[in-house]
Design a protein around this ligand. Sequence first.
Ligand SMILES: [Ca+2]
Length: 331
Amino acid sequence: MNIIKFFLLVYLIMFQSIVNADDNFDKWLISFKEKAESEGISIETINKVMDKAIFLPKVIEYDRYQPEFYEDTKTYINKRVTKSKLKKGISLYKKKTLIINGIEKKFSVEKELLLALMGIETNFGQYLGKMDIVSSLATLSYDQRRSEFFTKELLILLKLIDDQIIDHSILFGSWAGAFGNFQFMPRTIKNYAIDYNSNKIIELKAIDDSFASAANYINKIGWKNNQPCFYKIDLKNNIPKKYLNTSAKKIKNKKKISYFKKYIIDFDKINVKSNIYAAIITPDKDIIPDSENLSPAYLIFTNYELILKWNRSLRFALAVCTLKNEFKNAL
Ligand SMILES: [Ca+2]
C-alpha cells in the first residue's frame, strides 16, 4: 500500500510540474505575441504562426546534451566524414553540375566547400530535421538558458514570414530552429539567404536557392578561395601552453606560421606560404578526460576561423575541411 501511495505521489508531482510548464508557457506566449506586435509584425501573421506553437520538452533535453562536447576529435570526424557521404556528394554534384558550377563561379566559393558543408550539416538533405521550428524556437525562448538569443531568432522568423520571404507551412528542421540543406538559423536567412531562381520565395530545401545562399554567406564573411584551412601537425614538447587553443569562442595567439617552426616536428614538410598567419588548436585537451595534451594538434588559418563563425565548434570546422579535402581529391 505504501509503495502505491509513493508512486501516486510521484505521479501527482510530475503531473503538476507538466501542468505548471504548460501554464507558464501560455503566459510566455501571450507576452511574446505582444512583443511581436510592438515590433511591427502583423497580428494576422502572429496568430497564424504562434497559435500552433507548443512547448516541446524534447528540445530542452537536446539542448542539455550536444555531441560536440562529448566526442573526441577522431570519433567526431570519422563519424561524419565517410566514404558513403563522399559518394552521395559526388552523385549530387553529377546531377546538378551546371547549377553548382554556376554558383561556385558567381560567389567565388569552391564547390567542394559547399558540398562539404551540406554533407556535414544534413548528409545531403537526409537529416533536415522534423521538428516544428516555431515550437522549437518558442520552447528555447521560453526556457531561461538562452532566452534572449532565441526570442530574437523567433521574432526574425516571424518577420520573414510576414514579409512573405519564406513559407511558414514548410518550417520543419532541427531542434534548435535551424532550417534547410545548410541548417540556417532565422538570422542567417535574413542576412544572407537568396532567391537564386527568382521565383519570389527562398527555398532552403531546394538545391539552387540553398547552395547560392550558403555560398553568399561564406563569401560575405570573407572566404578566400584556394587557401588552406588547417594542417595536422605533431608538436614538440617545448611548446608553451599559451599557444594551445582549446576553445572555439576566440582563437588566441595568432602568429606568422614561420614563428611556430621551432615547436613543430617536420615543419619543412608543411606546404604553405611562410608569411601567412596561423594558430594552433589542440581540441581534445581540457575537454576529453585523459587525452594526451599535445595530440591531436592542428595549425589553423583564416578560412578555418570563418567556418567557426558558421558554427562555433572546433571539431565541426575540422570535419568540414576534412570532407572538403576529400571532395578536392575526388572531383
Ligand atoms: Ca526561389
